[in-house]
Design a protein around this ligand. Sequence first.
Ligand SMILES: C[S@@+](CC[C@H](N)C(=O)[O-])C[C@H]1O[C@@H](n2cnc3c(N)ncnc32)[C@H](O)[C@@H]1O
Length: 266
Amino acid sequence: MTSTTQTFKHFRQFNGQQPPTWLGSHSSLTASDAARHFPGDSLQNKLVRQLGSQRLLPIKEMLECGELFERVRHKLRSPIVADLCSGHGLLGILFAIFERRVERVLLIDRRRPASYLKLIDCAVRVAPWIETKVTFREQRIDRAGLSLPEGTSIVSAHACGSLTDRCLDLAIAARGAVAVMPCCYPKRACPAPRSLQKALGLATAFDIARTYRLEAAGYTTHWATIPAVITPMHRILVARPGNTGASPSKNDDHGIPEGRQLSKTM
Ligand SMILES: C[S@@+](CC[C@H](N)C(=O)[O-])C[C@H]1O[C@@H](n2cnc3c(N)ncnc32)[C@H](O)[C@@H]1O
């Protein structure tokens, strides 16, 4: 049986079948891949076919962004969304395309990659309403001077190491909702006690410390995961301002994969 945490929510065509290994592939998606695996008239499939026609993005990154977006979009809807360490910016662009309540998307990265301009061009072709919504800012997020308007929602996929913590700092400062999918976990920066690091593994202990930090800052937190077949770095921490004490919905992916633990060494 497919466990909840392995379910595809943005690209549902991959449910109920043995996932092909290329779902986690670093190769660029080609036009023929896109035509074969992303048929039909849904907006997400049309976008993927556009991206495939340009061989713009690795398959893995495209699926990561789609599945992360689908798990957090309802918790992060706000007039301004910032995608930090955005790289090409696909994650933020999905908010511009699919969330009507999002009026402005800021993509922030220390460097604007060449793929961004092609990507935004593809996205505008399938969703012309985003043309004036998306701005790319070349800026470091670990330097003083970056502040975001109050209530900005922050999203970030694989901001390396402590940059994920910087995303949390910026969200707390703006009192905005936040969703991060961390990647590498630097041992020296882990605030969790060594006992937890040893017992639970560095990654889990680090994310528990992050979760306590958000709760202490007045946030309600939630863990989720995207399918591990896409990436082993698949845990998402989501937090919204306000300690509601609400119990998790039965549809939530709780981030504790059934029969599959996140690696202790991540
Ligand atoms: C692993 S990539 C993730 C890119 C994208 N979010 C994704 O999921 O494909 C990390 C990104 O962080 C950016 N980055 C690294 N240090 C940064 C900093 N100090 N401030 C802003 N961006 C930074 C890099 O340029 C790179 O695009």
